[in-house]
Design a binder for this molecule. Structure first.
Ligand SMILES: *Cc1c(COP(=O)(O)O)cnc(C)c1O
Length: 480
């Protein structure tokens, strides 16, 4: 069994194993002609159930053969140009190489004595990101597992900065289309059930600042404390960007912490064409960025940035065995002092490899391409009488619904759209997402693949219309 330990005597085994795995994945990627096979959980579960984990196969080739059957064949492939569903990007090769390196060396970024250079690389990327945002000289931050954790940490700092014991008095303001992790964080942070004040959005799904001002005023009048405003720079559903400068002004006026959730919109930090769309982000107290959403990085790669490094102390605890207090005066850099996690992956290496090989402009150009594609797609949809499209894209999301002229019952149209999404998924020809707009079912393309073309968009729209028509035809038959 020792031959499986990665060390100086097993490098040949390591090389062969990893190469064999890379060959399989490369062959798979080259051969996938659809983003998905349409497999159902009922189809797949028995295959996985049948495997006895207490009877290992012992041999890498046999295990890879088995993996083909239980995972690789039926995985959902984000690199495919007709994967248009969620906020998943195709990944860039330098980042995948980084992933291979970081798991083989297996540094842990909690302390200097488990990572050395890894800690300094992460710090440099945090500084780089903070500079791109424009957070100023006192900024800092840390890599996290994802936007959910970044939002939680930002709101923890905001809560502590209020210096209030009476948690029931704290209020967090976020738009009605903000990410659900805001609600979850409020709960985890012990805030009351009414803590999150939901602010309405305008026609373009951006927070209404007049309504925000009104809510902040009401909060003050009631003797409550405005703990934070969460502005979303790139909503999950629409890619809409809240009016950051106006929100920053209101945060200053009412003494609220400004958190910008740029989990999706952070791609604009590298954009060559559209950076101005997130102007005002530099006034935030904290920012969430998900490189695994719009920097073409493998999951996980994410960070939380703060304007004032000192606020990170709210996440600091000292353990004698790990990061004793004296290390601070010895100037030993321990990232655990800033993190909610302890043992932590060196995810920063992926972004490092990406920036060193491609540069930020390379990433920004790819993100610009998907924004341009979304603008083209919006024109196609707006000109197509079969579809109703909402919200001209600020990033790369399109939300629309099939609306046949002959059908007037909105509930029937809902069912046709739901059916089309399901039928498309089952066919594996394309994968699209769905959401609700004003109580009605819509479909959604999240475009993050520069390889997707307008021809792909047109083809998938035709598939959707075909499935929806089939549903409506059969529904008519049922009624007769
Ligand atoms: C995806 C997303 C999150 C959550 O990020 P994870 O990395 O999935 O945890 C938070 N906010 C917004 C706006 C998002 O789109």
């Amino acid at each position: 069994m020792r031959s499986h330990l990665l060390n100086d005597t097993t490098t040949e085994h390591y090389r062969r194993s990893v190469t064999e795995g890379v060959e399989r994945v490369a062959a798979k990627l080259a051969a996938t002609d659809r983003p998905f096979t349409g497999v159902t959980a009922d189809d797949l579960a028995p295959r996985i159930d049948a495997i006895d984990l207490d009877r290992p196969l012992g041999d890498t080739t046999a295990v890879l053969d088995e993996l083909e059957d239980v995972y690789l064949r039926d995985a959902v492939y984000f690199h495919h140009p007709r994967y248009l569903a969620h906020l998943n990007c195709p990944v860039v090769i330098p980042a995948v190489l980084g992933e291979a390196v970081l798991s083989a060396v297996n540094s842990s970024l909690d302390t200097w004595d488990q990572s050395a250079g890894g800690t300094l690389i992460e710090r440099k990327l945090v500084d780089w990101t903070a500079a791109r945002i424009g957070l100023g000289p006192a900024a800092d931050g840390v890599f996290t597992s994802g936007g959910t954790q970044s939002n939680l940490q930002a709101l923890l700092l905001a809560r502590e900065e209020t210096k209030t014991q009476d948690l029931g008095k704290l209020r967090v303001f976020a738009s009605e289309v903000s990410h659900f992790s805001v609600q979850k964080s409020a709960k985890l942070l012990g805030l009351g059930p009414d803590a999150v004040v939901v602010v309405p959005v305008d026609h373009d799904k951006r927070m209404q600042t007049v309504a925000l001002a009104h809510e902040l005023e009401r909060c003050a009048e009631a003797g409550l404390i405005p703990m934070a405003v969460v502005a979303t720079a790139g909503t999950t559903d629409f890619g809409s960007i809240d009016p950051l400068p106006e929100i920053a002004g209101l945060c200053e006026q009412y003494g609220a912490w400004m958190h910008v959730d740029a989990a999706y919109g952070c791609g604009l930090l590298a954009s060559l064409k559209y950076r101005h769309r997130i102007d005002g982000i530099e006034r935030a107290d904290s920012v969430t960025v998900d490189y695994h959403k719009s920097f073409f990085q493998p999951v996980s790669s994410s960070a939380v940035l703060v304007r004032d490094a000192a606020t990170l102390r709210h996440a600091t605890y000292h353990a004698e065995y790990l990061n004793p207090r004296r290390m601070v005066s010895e100037r030993i850099p321990n990232q655990v002092d800033k993190s909610l996690q302890t043992t932590r992956r060196f995810d920063a290496l992926k972004l490092w490899m990406t920036l060193r090989v491609m540069g930020a402009d390379g990433i920004g150009a790819l993100f610009d391409e998907v924004c341009d594609l979304a603008a083209e797609g919006w024109k196609l949809l707006a000109a197509d009488p079969r579809f109703d499209v909402v919200v001209e894209p600020s990033l790369s999301t399109l939300v629309f619904r099939y609306v046949p002229a002959a059908v007037t019952d909105p509930a029937e149209i809902d069912r046709a759209n739901l059916y089309a999404r399901k039928a498309l998924f089952a066919s594996g020809d394309a994968v699209v997402a769905g959401t609700k707009v004003s109580g009605r079912h819509y479909l959604k393309f999240t475009l993050l693949n520069p390889e997707t073309t307008t021809a792909d968009i047109t083809a998938v729209l035709d598939l959707i219309a075909g499935h929806a028509e089939q549903y409506l035809g059969e529904s008519l038959d049922r009624a007769c």
